[in-house]
Design a protein around this ligand. Structure first.
Ligand SMILES: CC(C)(COP(=O)(O)OP(=O)(O)OC[C@H]1O[C@@H](n2cnc3c(N)ncnc32)[C@H](O)[C@@H]1OP(=O)(O)O)[C@@H](O)C(=O)NCCC(=O)NCCS
Length: 184
C-alpha cells in the first residue's frame, strides 16, 4: 500500500484513528469471536502476537510506511475499542477502493459498522478522491450485507469463486458499490 498521512475522524459518537499498542488487548479479544473468524481472513487460532502485529501495521508509523491503513473505531466518550475499519484494497489511478470492517461482539447491533462505513466513505470520496467504493463479503454474510445496504451501497451481484477460504477452498462473494452521489 502507498504511504499515507495518518488521519483521525470524529463521526457522532465514534472516533476513528490509527491503532496504538494499547489497542492490542481489544483486538485480541475481538478476534477470538467465532463469527469474526468465520467471515474475516484473520489467523486462527488468533494469538497475542497477531494482535501486536496488527496494531503495529496500522499504527501512525504503519500508515506512514504503507504497512497498513486501518482505523481503530472508538467510543468517542469512553475510548473503548469498538471496531476496525479500513480500505484494504485501493487503486488510486482508477479511483476505486474497497472497504472492510469488523465490530467487537459486544458492540454489535448498535449501528457502529454502518456509521463508521459512512464516515470512511466520506473521507475516501473527499480526501482520497475515490470515485467508487466497493464492498465485498462472502455470500451468506447477511449482517455485513445489511451494513452495506444501510450505508447506501447498491448490491451488484455475485462474483463467482472470488474468495480464498482459510485452509483452502474458494467461495463466492457478494459485491456492492457506493458512489459519491449516493451519499445523503
Ligand atoms: C458485520 C458486522 C461488522 C456488523 O456490525 P454492526 O456494528 O453490528 O452493524 P450495524 O449495527 O451497523 O448493522 C447490523 C445490521 O445487520 C443486521 N444483522 C445482524 N446479524 C444479522 C443476521 N445474522 N442476519 C441478518 N441480519 C443481521 C442487524 O439487524 C442490523 O440491521 P438493522 O439495523 O436493519 O436491524 C459485525 O456483525 C461483525 O463484525 N461480524 C463479523 C465480521 C464480519 O463479518 N465482517 C465483515 C466482513 S465482509
Amino acid at each position: 500500500m502507498p504511504p499515507m498521512e495518518p488521519t483521525e475522524i470524529t463521526a457522532g459518537r465514534l472516533h476513528l484513528r490509527p491503532f496504538t499498542a494499547a489497542d492490542a488487548d481489544g483486538v485480541l479479544a475481538a478476534c477470538q469471536d467465532p463469527e469474526l473468524q468465520r467471515w474475516v481472513p484473520v489467523p486462527a487460532p488468533y494469538l497475542r502476537e497477531h494482535a501486536a502485529e496488527y496494531v503495529q501495521a496500522n499504527s501512525v508509523e504503519g500508515w506512514r510506511s504503507g504497512a497498513g491503513h486501518a482505523f481503530a473505531v472508538l467510543d468517542a466518550t469512553s475510548a473503548e475499542l469498538l471496531a476496525s475499519i479500513g480500505l484494504p484494497r485501493r487503486d488510486d489511478a482508477a479511483g476505486i477502493a474497497e472497504v472492510g470492517y469488523w465490530v467487537a461482539p459486544g458492540a454489535r447491533g448498535k449501528g457502529v459498522a454502518t456509521q463508521a462505513t459512512l464516515a470512511v466513505a466520506r473521507w475516501a470520496f473527499g480526501a482520497l478522491g475515490v470515485q467508487r467504493l466497493e464492498w465485498m463479503a462472502e455470500t451468506g454474510n447477511v449482517a455485513s450485507r445489511r451494513v452495506a445496504e444501510k450505508a447506501g451501497f447498491t448490491i451488484e451481484g455475485v462474483l463467482r469463486s472470488r474468495m480464498l477460504r482459510r485452509g483452502g477452498g474458494r467461495s463466492d462473494a457478494w459485491i456492492g458499490s457506493l458512489l459519491p452521489a449516493d451519499l445523503p
